[in-house]
Design a protein around this ligand. Structure first.
Ligand code: ADE
Length: 227
């Protein structure tokens, strides 16, 4: 059972991603709980202010210390977090080993920045892990958080109906997944590889492994160099 709290200034952005398909099923089965918290609940004044101009000048707004500290501390009263994660393009790049590790934890708190990010003192004081989903800049951490929660959520035991299917994903062995086919066996003259139709599980397994290696060599040779 994994519980994920997410602090955001745009909770609406996180409505859709967890309300369908596998993430919905994970929550319906009681294996995953995702709760979003609107940072404005901890705003410093009646104008719902949560951000301010950066000291030293420059473009963009910065999420202030006080609302974030109060939000984190209030949530900590009822939860002991295994990790307090800040989504940021200067964090560690998210990958499958990180997803595997996070899926084994019980309580996560994810902070989404917006505008120019959050006050550095919050990062210094509360954040235990900083995650980027890639070398590009999004307008906020919400979509990145949705990516991370989805990748973690599907790895929780019991979430995928076929227990082995997460193990055969791309990246699980530093290999890309092999090609897949479904009916019909002949689509406009394009045929499914014979070996998949013959019903010999050992041959299918060998073929898939070869295809995985071939794909990885041509598309992601860098994966062979890792670990
Ligand atoms: N916030 C903005 N850009 C991001 C990224 N690439 N990864 C994580 N959080 C972000």
């Amino acid at each position: 059972m994994l519980t994920i709290d997410i602090i955001t200034v745009v909770p609406d952005l996180l409505e859709g991603p967890f309300s369908h398909s596998i993430m919905k099923r994970a929550q319906d089965k009681g294996l995953l709980t995702v709760r979003t918290h609107n940072l404005r609940k901890w705003a410093i004044n009646k104008h719902a202010q949560v951000d301010d101009y950066p000291f030293g000048g420059g473009a963009g707004m910065v999420l202030m210390c006080e609302p974030l500290a109060n939000a984190i501390e209030e949530l900590q009263l009822n939860n002991t977090y295994d990790a307090i994660i800040y989504m940021t393009p200067d964090g560690k790049t998210f990958d499958q080993p990180m997803a595997n590790q996070l899926s084994m934890l019980q309580n996560l708190l994810i902070i989404c920045g917006h505008y120019k990010g959050i006050d550095q003192r919050i990062r210094d004081q509360y954040i235990t892990m900083e995650i980027s989903i890639g070398d590009y800049v999004l307008s906020g951490g919400e979509l990145a958080a949705a990516v991370v929660v989805d990748a973690i959520g599907r790895l929780i035991p019991g979430v995928l109906s076929d227990e082995t299917s997460a193990l055969t994903d791309s990246f699980q062995d530093n290999l890309l997944a092999p090609p897949v086919y479904t009916r019909p066996a002949d689509f406009r003259g394009m045929k499914v590889p014979e070996i998949l139709l013959q019903g010999d599980p050992k041959k299918v397994e060998d073929w898939r492994f070869e295809q995985s290696v071939e794909r990885t060599k041509t598309r992601r040779p860098d994966l062979f160099k890792e670990d």
